[in-house]
Design a protein. Structure first.
Length: 119
C-alpha cells in the first residue's frame, strides 16, 4: 500500500524553501502535492512528479486501472515553482516544462498553493 501524502509542518516547508537541497525538494514536492490533493480532492486527473510522488486529484470520473485519461507530469523544480507562484501555469505549459493531456488538466484555478510568492 502506498504511503499517503501529507502536508509538512510549516517550519519544515519554510526551511526547505530556504535551503533547496535534493532532500528539501523531495519534501516540498510531496508537501505541495498533498496540499493540492486536499484543495482539489478527486480521482479524474493524475499529477506525476517523478521520482518523488503522484496523486489523483480533481473531481470527476474515478480512474482505477491502466493509464489515466488525464495526466499531468512535470519535474520537481517546476512543480515547486508552480506551487509557490514563481511561474504561471500557462508559461510552464508554453515552455514545455509540463506535459498535460486530457480533460481537467489545467491547474490554473488551484495555483499557487502558498502565499509565499517570489518577486
Amino acid at each position: 500500500m502506498p504511503v499517503r501524502l501529507r502536508p509538512a509542518a510549516p517550519d519544515e516547508v519554510a526551511a526547505a524553501l530556504e535551503s533547496r537541497t535534493t532532500a528539501d525538494d523531495k519534501l516540498l514536492t510531496k508537501h505541495f502535492l498533498a496540499v493540492l490533493a486536499e484543495r482539489a480532492p478527486g480521482n479524474s486527473v493524475e499529477v506525476r512528479i517523478p521520482p518523488y510522488a503522484a496523486a489523483q486529484v480533481i473531481p470527476g470520473v474515478r480512474h482505477t486501472r491502466g493509464t489515466p485519461p488525464a495526466v499531468i507530469e512535470t519535474d520537481p523544480a517546476t512543480w515547486i515553482a508552480l506551487a509557490t507562484g514563481e511561474i504561471e501555469w500557462g508559461d510552464a505549459i508554453a515552455s514545455g516544462r509540463i506535459i498535460a493531456s486530457g480533460e481537467r488538466t489545467d491547474l490554473t484555478a488551484h495555483l499557487p498553493l502558498t502565499d509565499m510568492k517570489k518577486d
